[in-house]
Design a binder for this molecule. Sequence first.
Ligand SMILES: [Zn+2]
Length: 283
Amino acid sequence: MNTLFTYANICPLCNQEKISLICSPRIEKDIYFQKLNIRNEKKVYSGWYFCKSCEGAFNNIRLTNKGMLKMYSSSITSMDNKNALERFKTISELNKNESETFLKSNWFVSNSSVFNSKNLNFLDFGCGMGIFQWYLKNYFSKTKLFAYGIDPSKDYIECCKKKIKGKFMCGSDEKLNFFSDSFFDLISSITVLEHLLDPYLNLVNLRKKLSTNGELWIEVPSIKNFEILSADHDNFRCQHLFMHSENSIEKLLSKVGFVIKEFSHKKSIRGKFMLKLIAKTKN
Ligand SMILES: [Zn+2]
């Protein structure tokens, strides 16, 4: 038995059994399995299942806590030749209209009711190499943004510390304990929830740290990608545990105590359907 992953036979988000297979990626094409150094390829099967109850889709392969540590202790893209600083440089030098991060920043800022209204304590949870906050600070912010970031990858956090003025911590939910409740005016979770073993608990933890009128910005890949991308696309590999529909993300957020204020469900310039939303706590 491999200790890095296990299988899910029921929906891990809502624990229901009414599921149907919608996609079967070939495991030998999964570069993240190579990163995890899992060799017993023949015995491993990968499948995405639609859950009729919550209307999301889950990967039957689920990393264990040990698998998560191995996957994310260094950046997920560390298999590339480029290190985090070089990747940061490439992305930050892109023409604005070719930069997905610029375009998504623009959507969030345009639809936000707190951004640029006052100085903000801003946490990017799963900040990666910090490119999202960097764009917001450099191109959009007219008020002071006090930047905070949490990410499990050491090399990403080192990159953030070099590139952005702020406080950056290597870790996960446990790092939220460093902040008092209601500390943040803005929390972003950009392509993070689909990687987490327990997105519900993560959102509960984030909600505690968000101020009463604060905003939560979320982006996750959409379930619509099953209609347009091949089964072996990067989107369906074992780093992703869940794909959301409009209904499934709404149900999840509502259960945590959030209400969605703004919503976008469009194809990005890289050709992937993404769900973007701004949520506030229910009062
Ligand atoms: Zn479900």
